[in-house]
Design a binder for this molecule. Structure first.
Ligand code: NAP
Length: 380
């Protein structure tokens, strides 16, 4: 059943990498699939360009060297993926990949199952992949129905950042830690985590790289903010770790030596409280999870923190699978209930599918700088 006739085709943003490293971005016309019994069709009205989408969009190509051609309605962008990045892309070579992890919109057609029917006409957040498109057919259970009055723009970022920031707090508890450290902490995700931690009474150490980012977080009620550009950064960090007892960190940067510096500061605090000297270092387990790659350079570990430490990767989907269905449902419900408060995201602007492929827009959102995130409105 549909609220109005579905179009036969819709525009979809696609990214292709060829074997010689050529990257091509363009808009394709693809069929709109009618919904199966357990599916719905969503008219996508807002989809964020998250850092994780940029990996699939641009394949690590130098954004300043992209070439634009085509027309304003049918833009084509070409670029070059660095040779060292190609082996990891073997699975996508020559394939036109649809992009866009998540988005928000209105359910305009639904299959016959009660779960699908219940969504007809509702505004939903969708974690469907391929969301940079006008109409997207997805399983009903990929949708999060939102309270009446929620706009598609408010629904756009229901999954990636909200569930990741909630997942950090869940992971902290599950692994026996009592406070946490977060880097690139003025990000959309970082501001969300700051709100969650204040609401839930969890101590959070925010690491940022600019004074204005520290001011932003303090204005939003953060107690512990350490600026890595400050001369006394190490002292700031040790003081915050000592006051909070944080022994787990989530690092969005990945490259460079910040993860190592966090472990070293945690060890300084642990050794102080241990009292007795051990040449093997403290017995306090110090954990850093790399969950982003804002710096694509090598992760440098300058081991000066004994042997009780781990550095590992952290991704939302494996976390949700491990946490189980009940936990995932509880977290999703919290996001729906607090979508305009705790889990609100901020965007610099909204662009159409074609405008998202303009060099001007890429010059802004491609930096992944604080406050420069864009929404795509594929229905514009
Ligand atoms: N593992 C997962 O499952 C998962 C899920 C969701 C999100 N993430 C990750 O979470 C991070 C934040 O996402 P978001 O959507 O909240 O980002 P966002 O709002 O676009 O903010 C990005 C932030 O990163 C900072 N930044 C950029 N490059 C940096 C660098 N090289 N060193 C230090 N800071 C840098 C920016 O600060 P400046 O203004 O100083 O540049 C900005 O504050 C991303 O890395 C994303 O990939 C991971």
């Amino acid at each position: 059943m549909a609220t109005s006739p579905l179009p036969e085709t819709t525009q979809q943003l696609q990214s292709r990498v060829d074997a010689d490293g050529t990257l091509t971005l363009h808009l394709a016309e693809v069929p709109v699939a009618p919904p199966a019994d357990d599916e719905v069709v969503v008219r996508v009205e807002a989809a964020p360009i998250n850092p994780s989408d940029m990996g699939l969009l641009f394949g690590g190509a130098d954004l300043s060297a992209l070439q634009a051609s085509g027309t304003p309605e049918q833009p084509v962008l070409t670029g070059r993926v660095p040779e060292r990045a190609l082996p990891a892309m073997a699975g996508r070579i020559g394939k036109a990949m649809p992009v866009g992890n998540e988005g928000g919109g209105v359910v305009v057609a639904a299959g016959s199952s009660p779960q699908a029917q219940a969504l007809l006409g509702r505004t939903v957040g969708v974690m469907g992949g391929a969301m940079y498109t006008g109409y997207r057919t997805v399983k009903a259970n990929a949708c999060l129905p939102l309270p009446d009055g929620t706009s598609s723009a408010q629904a756009a970022s229901c999954f990636v950042n909200p569930l990741t920031s909630l997942g950090m707090v869940e992971t902290m508890r599950a692994e026996g830690h009592t406070a946490l450290v977060h880097t690139a902490a003025a990000s959309n995700l970082g501001q969300m985590l700051n709100r969650i931690c204040q609401k839930d009474g969890v101590s959070l150490v925010n690491i940022v790289r600019k004074p204005e980012q520290a001011a932003l977080l303090r204005e939003q009620g953060a107690t512990w903010v350490c600026d890595s550009s400050a001369e006394d950064f190490t002292q700031q960090l040790i003081e915050a770790l000592s006051a909070t007892g944080a022994t787990i960190a989530f690092d969005a940067i990945g490259g460079g030596r910040l993860a190592s510096d966090i472990l070293a500061a945690m060890e300084t605090v642990a050794v102080r409280s241990q009292g007795e000297y051990s040449r093997y270092g403290s017995t306090v387990l110090k954990q850093v999870y790399l969950y982003g790659s804002l710096d694509r350079g090598p992760t440098q570990l300058h081991r000066s923190y004994g042997m009780a430490w781990n550095v590992g990767g952290w991704l939302l989907m494996p976390f949700l699978q491990k946490a189980g269905r009940d936990t995932a449902a509880r977290l999703r419900q919290r996001v729906a209930d607090e979508i305009t408060t705790t889990f609100a995201s901020h965007y610099q602007g909204t662009v159409s599918l074609a405008e998202a492929l303009s060099l001007r827009a890429i010059g802004t959102y491609g930096k992944a700088a604080t406050g420069t995130k864009y929404l795509i409105n594929p229905s514009a």
